[in-house]
Each structure stands twice: as structure tokens, then as C-alpha cells.
Design a protein around this ligand. Structure first.
Ligand SMILES: Nc1ncnc2c1ncn2[C@@H]1O[C@H](COP(=O)(O)OP(=O)(O)O)[C@@H](O)[C@H]1O
Ligand SMILES: [Mg+2]
Length: 623
């Protein structure tokens, strides 16, 4: 990777466009300033720092001390500000130009074929990654900013945080946090499984107390009791049915008996005969009377006719020749017959009277008999009613018996609801036991995982500490070699790492101790002046070396902005020599920015930034 140029336009003190060309060769270069606008300030306020801030802004969108957006625009500029960095990879064809612009905002990367990538949308490119380290590492191995704190001046925890960040050790903290989250999730899972296990064991214990076999037996004996009760009732019913049936038979027998006893059958026959006889006698008597009456009447008329016909030859009634004697005889005979007829009639009348009285007697007897028959019938009806009642009672009872029989049959046909329960309970116990096994296994697994995750909560932190310790070892070597180069022979810086307290907390920060040639050791704060500035530089150089070796950062540039503050001329000399060696050895361009000029023969070239009324101007020269 090779840097070509930085072009800034309307950026802070650069009004209009200014371009800085990186020299072709590695080496130590010097940048100084001239302030034409305010000559009293000498080399201050010229725009030296501004140039490097322009590069930083182009890469990160912010200055090293946090200015952004509109803040970076030149006060006199009416248009937006922009900065370009041109650099190439392995060959000239890979030349690329990164450009950041404010108002309108854009951030792009363009190759020599004119292809442009919008970096605002795609900042993950490989080329960019080479160039653009994370901010903190960049500020400690490429651009050692003027306002930036030097590593050894930082507070312990800031040192540790910076060290952790530039070394990429924060991932162990992230991993530890992740392990902690997993551990707590796993803990929740363990609790859930413990709850599940308790519930399964509770159910198993409850199942042990409850015996479905006994319940089935209890049901069976209950039913046997019910059936026995029905049967007893039935038997009693059967006994009563016999009684009722007997009562019925009795009533029936009594009915038959009384019918025979009364002999009403014969009486009724006699009664009928008598009735016929009576009617016949009555008719006969009536016939006889009629005959007798009509004969007597006819004879009377005959005798009268004979008497009246004394002068007549022949009888008018019978036609015979009437002679006087004959007539007399006839009259006598007729009178005699008539008398006889009268007598007969009287006899007949007598006989009819007798027959009538006999018939009346018979009638009375018939009526009598009829009454007796009626009484007998009523008695029979009574008996019949009794018999019917007895039969009904018996029938009803029979039906009740049938019902009892049905009930008993139904009871016998009922299915024992507890019969299958025992088998089911056994199956349930088996199922629960299997679940319990599974649950125990899961629980074991979950506890194992939990202890594993818990272990790694500390484990990752320990790895981080180990890595820090390792890196600090390297840092110590790097820094101490710079200490010697910077002319502090016999001095040594000792770093020690964060320690984990007994309570498991990591004590952030690490300690730096300084051992001077006499062997006296003291904390960093105890030293002052030029020694301290040399040690500071050694610290920063060592850290830069470590970052480069750890991150593989390729960018062949180091910018030291005002590093000589507080150094004696010899100190400055030592520093410049060190940086020169460094530039040659590493094949880098090392830029020292200073407001005062130094008479040092090792510079490969330089630049002067001059603040004019028209803004800062860049002027470059080689030696
Ligand atoms: N937005 C700005 N527009 C114009 N000049 C600015 C702006 N911001 C700061 N400056 C001026 O830029 C000058 C250059 O500062 P700087 O680069 O830090 O000087 P030095 O050469 O000492 O490093 C300062 O004098 C400051 O007043
Ligand atoms: Mg400056």
C-alpha cells in the first residue's frame, strides 16, 4: 500500500483546494508552519494539524477531537467542504481515491476506471479495511494526534480499555457476557425442569396412594348388595303373590260354592215350568167359559124360536117339520140342553175361578222365587267383585315382581367402571416414570451446561487477562527497546496486568512502574520532566509497534504531531534519531510535525504549511 496525496478543500483553515503529496520514499520527514496572518504565533496556527485532521476526517467522518459535519467547513467558504485521499495497493492500476464531502454529504471510493463505490452504503470493502483501522488503533499507530493523550499519561482503566480495544481483546468480554446470558437462560431452563420434575414426582406419589383395584372391588360388593336386596324383595313379593293368588282362588271358590248352595239352577227351571203352567191354565179356563157361554146363548135362542113358531110348519132354526108333539119334545129338549149348558157354564165358571186362583198362587210363588234368585245374584256379584279385586291385586303384584326382576337383571348387567382403571393406572405410572427419567436426564444436562456456561463467564475473562498478560510482555519488550533508543540507557518500564479479585471482579487497569539505572523503582507519576517525555514517547512507539504486529496494519505512515514538548535539545536529537531509524527499518514515512524548526541532518524531506489571508497553503520540498 502506498499513499499518494491528500487534497482538502474548504476544510478548516484550508480555503479552496490544497494538495499534499506524499513523497515516494520512506524516511523521516519534517512538517513545520508559518503564520503570516499572525506572525507573533510563529509556526503555530498555520494549519499543520489541520492537514492530518483532514486525512482523519476523510477516513472516519469526524476529527480526532470529535468535530463533525458543518464544524469542519472553512469559515469563509460558501460551498461545502471535501477531502480526498489517493492511495494505491500492489500496483499503479489499483489506485483509488477516497472522497468525503460535506453539504451535500457523500463518501465514495473511485478506482482509475471510474467505478465508484458508495462507502456510506458499503463500508466493508477489503481495501478500505487495510487502510482504515478501528479509530483507537489508528490514533496509536498511524496518527499520533497533537491533542491525543499519550498512552502512559492515561488513567489506569483508560489504559486498560485502550489496550483492550487496540488489541481486540474486548471480544473476550463480549464472549463472557454472552456466556453469562446463556448461563442465565440455562439457569431458567434448569428451574423449569426442576419444577417439572417436582410435578411428576408429586403425581407419582399421589398415584401410589390411590388403589383402583380396591375401588373396583368396592363397587362389585356394592352391586352384590343391591342385587341381593332386589332378590330379597322379589322373594317377599313372590310369597305375597301366593297369598294374593290364594285369596283370589278362595274368592272364586266361594262364588261357585254359594251358587251351588243356593240351588238356584233347579229353582229357576221350576220357576219357568210354573210360569208356563200358569199361562196354560189361564187360557184353558177362558176357553171353557167362552164355549159354555156361547152354547147356552144359542140354545136359549133356539128354545125361544121354537116357542114363537107354534103356528109354523117347520122350525126356522133347524128346518124340521114341526108337529105339535114333536115341537114340545124339541122345546123340552132344547130347554133341557139350555139348562145343561147353563149348568156347564156355571161349572166352567167355577173351574176357571179355581184355575185363576191357582194361577195367582203360582204367580206369587214365581215372584217369590224371582226375589230369591235376585238376592242370590247380588250375593254372587259381591263375590265376583271380591274375586276381581283379588285378581287385580295379584296382577299388579305380578307386574311389580317383573319390575324387580328387570332391576336385578340390569344391576347384574352393569359394567364395573373401575375394572379397566387398574391397568390404566399402571400404564400412567409407567409413563410418568419414563417422563421422570427423561426429566432427570435433561436436568443433568441442563445443570452441566449451566456450570459450563458459568465457567466460561470467568473463563473468557481469564483468557482475556492471559492475552493481556502476553501482550503486555510484548509491549514491555517493545517499549523498553524504544526506551534504550531514546537514550535512557539502564532504564526500564514494567507493566503488570489487571488482576481478578477473590470476589471474581476484574480490577481494571494495569500498573506501570519505572526502574531507573540505579535500580530504584517507582510508579509512573513519580517522575517528571524530560525523562518522562522520553518515557512517554517510548510508550507510544512501543504500543504502535505492538498494534501493528497484532493487527497487521499495513499503512506505511506515522505522523507525530508535536512530540518534542518538554524535551531538551539532546532529547529532541535522540527522538529524531530514533524515529529516523524506525522509518528506515520499517520502510515507512514518518512525519514529525513541530512548530519550531530542528537542525537535524536525518530528514529526507519536508513541508511548510503557511497560513495566509487566503487560508493555509502547503509547500513541499526535499532536502
Ligand atoms: N473553520 C475554520 N475556518 C478557518 N480557519 C479555522 C477554522 N477552524 C480553525 N481554524 C484556524 O485554523 C488554524 C490552524 O490550526 P492548526 O492546524 O491546529 O494549526 P497548527 O499549524 O498549529 O497545527 C487555527 O489558527 C484556527 O484559528
Ligand atoms: Mg498543531
Amino acid at each position: 500500500m502506498k499513499l499518494h496525496r491528500i487534497t482538502a478543500c474548504n476544510f478548516l483553515s484550508f480555503a479552496g483546494e490544497q494538495t499534499f503529496h506524499f513523497p515516494d520514499d520512506p524516511g523521516l520527514y519534517f512538517m513545520q508552519g508559518v503564520n503570516e496572518v499572525e506572525p507573533r504565533l510563529g509556526g503555530n496556527g498555520a494549519g499543520k494539524t489541520t492537514l492530518w485532521e483532514a486525512m482523519f476526517w476523510c477516513l472516519y467522518g469526524v476529527t480526532s477531537d470529535g468535530m463533525k459535519a458543518g464544524d469542519i467547513c472553512n469559515w469563509g467558504a460558501s460551498r461545502g467542504a471535501w477531502v480526498e485521499i489517493a492511495f494505491e495497493g500492489d500496483d499503479a492500476l489499483s489506485l483509488q481515491v477516497m472522497r468525503r464531502q460535506w453539504s451535500p454529504n457523500s463518501w465514495t471510493l473511485q478506482d482509475i476506471f471510474g467505478n465508484t463505490i458508495d462507502l456510506a452504503k458499503d463500508s466493508g470493502g477489503a481495501r478500505l479495511a487495510d487502510l482504515r483501522l478501528a479509530t483507537a488503533p489508528f490514533l496509536h499507530c498511524v496518527y499520533m494526534a497533537q491533542n491525543g493523550d499519550m498512552f502512559l499519561d492515561l488513567k489506569h482503566d483508560a489504559q486498560s480499555a485502550l489496550f483492550s480495544e487496540v488489541m481486540g481483546l474486548n471480544r473476550w468480554v463480549d464472549l463472557s457476557a454472552k456466556a453469562s446470558a446463556r448461563a442465565s437462560t440455562q439457569d431458567g431452563q434448569t428451574r423449569r425442569l426442576e419444577g417439572e420434575l417436582a410435578s411428576i414426582e408429586g403425581r407419582l406419589a399421589a398415584m401410589g396412594k390411590h388403589d383402583p383395584g380396591a375401588e373396583a372391588k368396592r363397587w362389585q360388593s356394592d352391586r352384590a348388595e343391591r342385587v341381593a336386596a332386589l332378590e330379597a324383595k322379589y322373594m317377599a313379593g313372590v310369597a305375597r303373590a301366593t297369598v294374593l293368588k290364594n285369596a283370589w282362588a278362595d274368592a272364586e271358590a266361594r262364588g261357585q260354592e254359594s251358587l251351588a248352595e243356593m240351588g238356584l239352577g233347579a229353582e229357576i227351571e221350576t220357576l219357568e215350568d210354573m210360569r208356563r203352567e200358569y199361562n196354560r191354565a189361564k187360557a184353558e179356563a177362558s176357553d171353557m167359559r167362552y164355549l159354555a157361554t156361547s152354547a147356552a146363548h144359542a140354545l136359549e135362542r133356539h128354545a125361544e124360536a121354537l116357542s114363537a113358531a107354534e103356528h109354523q110348519e117347520r122350525c126356522e132354526a133347524c128346518g124340521q117339520a114341526l108337529r105339535p108333539d114333536a115341537r114340545r119334545v124339541a122345546i123340552q129338549r132344547a130347554r133341557k140342553t139350555h139348562d145343561n149348558a147353563l149348568k156347564a157354564d156355571a161349572g166352567a165358571q167355577k173351574e176357571a175361578k179355581a184355575a185363576a186362583s191357582r194361577a195367582d198362587d203360582l204367580l206369587n210363588a214365581v215372584l217369590d222365587q224371582e226375589r230369591r234368585v235376585d238376592d242370590g245374584r247380588a250375593a254372587m256379584d259381591q263375590l265376583e267383585q271380591e274375586e276381581r279385586a283379588a285378581r287385580r291385586a295379584y296382577d299388579l303384584h305380578e307386574r311389580e315382581l317383573d319390575r324387580l326382576e328387570d332391576d336385578a337383571e340390569r344391576a347384574l348387567a352393569e359394567v364395573n367402571p373401575y375394572a379397566g382403571l387398574e391397568a390404566r393406572a399402571l400404564a400412567e405410572i409407567e409413563r410418568l416414570s419414563a417422563n421422570r427419567e427423561d426429566c432427570l436426564r435433561d436436568l443433568d444436562h441442563s445443570r452441566e451446561l449451566h456450570s459450563l456456561f458459568s465457567y466460561w463467564v470467568r473463563g473468557f475473562k481469564e483468557v482475556r487477562l492471559q492475552e493481556i498478560a502476553e501482550a503486555l510482555g510484548e509491549l514491555e519488550i517493545e517499549v523498553n527497546s524504544c526506551v534504550i533508543e531514546l537514550g535512557l540507557v539502564g532504564w526500564e518500564l514494567q507493566f503488570s496486568v489487571d488482576r481478578e479479585s477473590k470476589g471474581g471482579n476484574v480490577q481494571r487497569g494495569f500498573t506501570v512502574r519505572v526502574v531507573e539505572p540505579g535500580g530504584k523503582a517507582a510508579p509512573w507519576g513519580a517522575w517528571s520532566g524530560g525523562e518522562k517525555q522520553r518515557l512517554r514517547l517510548a510508550g507510544d512507539m512501543g504500543l504502535a509497534n505492538l498494534i501493528r504486529s497484532r493487527t497487521g496494519a499495513e499503512i506505511p505512515l506515522e505522523v507525530w504531531d508535536e512530540p518534542s514538548a518538554g524535551l531538551s535539545p539532546q532529547g529532541v536529537q535522540d527522538m529524531l534519531e530514533t524515529l529516523e531509524r524506525r522509518a528506515i527499518a520499517e520502510g515507512r514515512q514518518v512525519w514529525v510535525v513541530d512548530h519550531t524548526a530542528h537542525s537535524f541532518g536525518g530528514f529526507s524531506g519536508g513541508a511548510v504549511i503557511t497560513k495566509t489571508a487566503g487560508g493555509s497553503m502547503i509547500e513541499q520540498h526535499s532536502v
